[in-house]
Every structure is written in C-alpha cells, then in structure tokens.
Design a protein around this ligand. Structure first.
Ligand code: UD1
Length: 417
C-alpha cells in the first residue's frame, strides 16, 4: 500500500485546475444505461471510483472507452441487469445502476453496497421510492431484486438523500406518466444529472430545488455532456492554501456551488476572492476558529467537514463542528490528535481547541475525506514528517493529489510499495 510523505510548513502558492466532479460523473455513467445509443462524457476525472463504475458497466456488457478526460459509453449491448457483490461492495455509488436497470429492463438484481466507513448508510429511501413507482422489491442473500413496470407517482423522501434523489430521477425518466419527488436533495450534481438526461430527451423540471417533476418518456438517446467541476476538490485546495498561509487559486470553479463553504472560510479570516470561474484564497494572518454545522446542500457540505477540522485544529480559539448528515464521520479526529490537535468528540459534535501548530506524525487514512484532512494537517505542520497510510482512500476521490500539491510548492511525495 502506498504512503504519502509530507514535510509541512511551506506556504502553497499558485494555480490548480479542478477536475470534473466524481459525484457528478458516477451517476452520469449509470444514467447512460438509459440511452438507446452511445453517450460521451467530457471532463471525467481519472479516479478509482470511476474505474470501479467503468468495470461494473463493462461487466454487464457495456462497451466503454476512457482516454484522459473523455469517456464513451455504449450500454446498448447490456443484456443482463445484474450487478454482483464483488463489484458493488467496493463503492456505494455502484448502487446507482439499480434505477436505470429496472427502468430499462423491468427487472434488476443489484448487490447491496459497501463504501466509506461512515455510518450505516442504508438504502431504504432508494427502495421505498422505487416501490412507490410500482416496483416490487425483495432482498435475497445481500441482493436487491427489483421487478416491475415503472409508473409515475408522488413520493416524498424521508431525508433529502443525494443518491436516492438520483436513483428516482433516473428511474422515473423512463416510467409511464408523471413522477413528483418532494423533499428531494438539491446538490449541483443532481442538476448536472437532470441536464444530461434532459439532453437525452427526458422531461425533468425542478432539479436543484426540493421538488422535482419528471414526465416519463419511452426512449432516451445518447448525447455528449461535460461534467461539472468538483466543488469538494475546490474546497480542499482552498483549505490547503489557507492553512499553509499561502495564496492559491482554483481554476474552473463554480462559486455558486460553494457559497456556504466560502462564507465559513472567509469567517476564519482568510481572504477569498472570485474572478470569473476562478477562486483565490490568500491567508497572510492567523486563522480564527469558527463554528459550523454540516447540512444537505445548500448548507455546509459534509464532504468538506474533515478538511475544515484540520484547519480549525490550528486556528486561534475554540471551534465546533456538528455533523448532521452522517453518523460516525469524525474518524480523522483521533489521527489529528496524534498530530497534536486538541479535539474532543461529544456525539455528533466535535469541539476543536486550536493549538499554535500541528506536528508531523504517522497517521492512518480511514475514508476519503478523512484522508484529505490528514494531508492538509501534514501540509500545515512546520515540524516533523507526516506519513499518511492507506492512501487508496484518497485515490478514490482526488486525482494525483500529491503531484498537484507539489506543483503548488508543497514538500509531498508518494512512496509506492
Ligand atoms: C452522496 C455523495 C457523498 C456525500 C453525500 C452527502 C456521491 C457518490 N456521494 O452520498 O460524497 O457525502 O452524498 O452529501 O454522490 N440515507 C438513508 N437512507 C437512504 C439513503 C441515505 O438513511 O436510502 C442517509 C445516509 O445514511 C446518510 C444520509 O442519508 O446518513 C445522506 O446520504 P446520501 O445523501 O444518500 O449520500 P450518498 O448519496 O450516499
């Protein structure tokens, strides 16, 4: 297993290009199952999670080609709507294939997912929604067996789950009649999915709001689409810039997707300015502690919570983070404490008492965003060496992160084993 080795304390300076959003690209790849002709996706990030979805689609019979940022997907050869445990367990997002498979084939057998170790992460809302659309659902030996001809219906989500909203939008696109989803998730990735499907011939209105109306159509055609930039990657690089008292610009960002995050980053005292599609952070002075609560979009994103915890660990004063989206998503706290942070956990709240600086140490990544938090902590630490182990977590969501941070002036390298 690879290790990332960091000698921190160097201010990051320069520009970094954002990749396409992993969380947008994955459902788009699954949605290609609905098309009667090949699709082309541009700006697809080169990540392990993308390879996992590619492998799953190919296993089902799709013909895919991924060269650089450009992916072609021909799902017309798929004949077996079956997603096996071995391929689904590695990544929760593999479950996205369920909705499109059942919409296209009238049946599907998909393993229950695995994914990040952040709470139990059930899929009950996906399944209840499909049942509302007329699907019969059975659970058998770890598999979901879904069957039925889908018909439009009204369905209110118990919680605005991103994945469930996406599953239901995809399924309803080819259902008979009109589906109305209320309490839907509003994340930008959902709007991107709706844009893709609408270009394919779907009729989806209201994506990006809490009420989405989908008028089913019998057929969808393949189209070309460009994946939106990754807002979580943008936030991660901006935090890394701030915590090292650097001057970093993320290129090709969408400020509107980052509003609540940028508000908090500014509240720490970091100077943040936008110019067109670029966002620059400049942090000359010491950063101040802030309090934040993670919430579904447009609230503060849970996927930037761990990275902000690294920042607050060495900010002036005491800050708190309340995690309301996932249970058990503070895996990074104990590792940050090993680097000299002073973090106390109380249920879903973390109390972070800022220390003057963190110290390098060997630490273990436990999930994708926790590993980004440890890299940021390592970059900030002026003394000692940080060794981040279990780097495969970070490779799931960040493309060649060490090379891109090194290009900004960080002393960081990957040791391959
Ligand atoms: C997506 C993102 C992930 C992000 C999360 C929240 C992708 C590939 N992943 O994950 O990076 O952290 O949104 O912004 O897009 N829940 C249920 N029942 C369900 C579904 C979800 O109880 O059927 C719960 C989950 O356990 C969790 C919460 O709802 O506590 C949010 O989950 P959800 O919004 O579904 O996240 P994902 O789509 O898995």
């Amino acid at each position: 297993m690879d290790t990332i080795v960091i000698h921190g304390g160097r201010p990051l300076r320069g520009c970094v290009h954002l990749r396409g959003a992993k969380n947008a690209a994955l459902p788009l790849m699954a949605a290609s199952i609905l098309a009667e002709s090949p699709c082309v996706l541009h700006n697809v990030p080169c990540l392990h999670d993308i390879f996992s979805m590619d492998k799953l689609l190919s296993h089902m019979g799709a013909i895919t080609e991924f060269t650089g940022r450009y992916m072609t997907l021909d799902t017309t050869p798929i004949t077996t709507p079956y997603a096996p445990y071995d391929l689904v367990r590695k990544m929760r997002a593999s479950f996205f294939v369920l909705g499109p498979l059942v919409a296209r084939f009238g049946r599907a057998r998909v393993s229950l997912p695995g994914g990040c170790a952040i709470g139990t992460r059930p899929v009950d809302i996906h399944l209840k929604g499909l049942e509302a659309l007329g699907c019969s659902i059975e659970l058998d030996e770890g598999y979901v067996i879904a069957e039925g001809r889908l018909r439009g219906a009204s369905f209110s989500l118990d919680f605005p789950s991103v994945g469930a909203t996406e599953t239901l939008i995809m399924a309803a696109s080819r259902a008979e009649g009109v589906t109305r989803l209320t309490n839907a998730a509003r994340e930008p990735e959902i709007e991107d999915l709706a844009d893709f499907l609408n270009a394919m011939g779907a009729q989806i209105a209201g994506a990006g709001t809490d009420t989405v109306t989908i008028t089913g159509v019998p057929e969808l055609k393949g189209v070309e689409h460009t994946v939106i930039p990754d807002r979580i990657e943008a936030g991660t690089f901006l935090i890394a810039g701030a915590v090292t008292h650097g001057d970093v610009t993320v290129l090709d960002a969408r400020e509107a997707h980052l509003t609540s995050f940028l508000e908090k980053l500014r509240a720490t005292g970091a100077e943040v300015e936008s110019c067109g599609n670029d966002i620059r952070v400049n942090a000359r002075d010491d950063l101040r502690a802030v309090d934040l609560i993670t919430q579904p979009y447009p609230g503060f994103p849970t996927d930037l919570q761990a990275q902000m915890m690294a920042l607050l660990s060495c900010a002036d004063g005491n800050g708190t983070i309340k995690e309301t989206v996932f249970e058990n998503r503070f895996m990074q706290a104990a590792e940050l404490n090993r680097m000299g942070a002073d973090i106390e956990l109380s249920g879903n709240t973390a109390i972070i008492r800022g220390v003057p600086y963190l110290k390098g140490a060997p630490v273990m990544a436990s999930d994708l965003r926790a590993s980004a938090s440890l890299v940021i902590a390592g970059l900030s630490a002026p003394r000692g060496e940080t060794l981040v182990q279990r780097v495969y977590h970070i490779d799931r969501g960040y493309e060649r992160i060490e090379e891109r941070l090194a290009a900004l002036g960080a002393d960081i390298r990957r040791v391959r084993e």
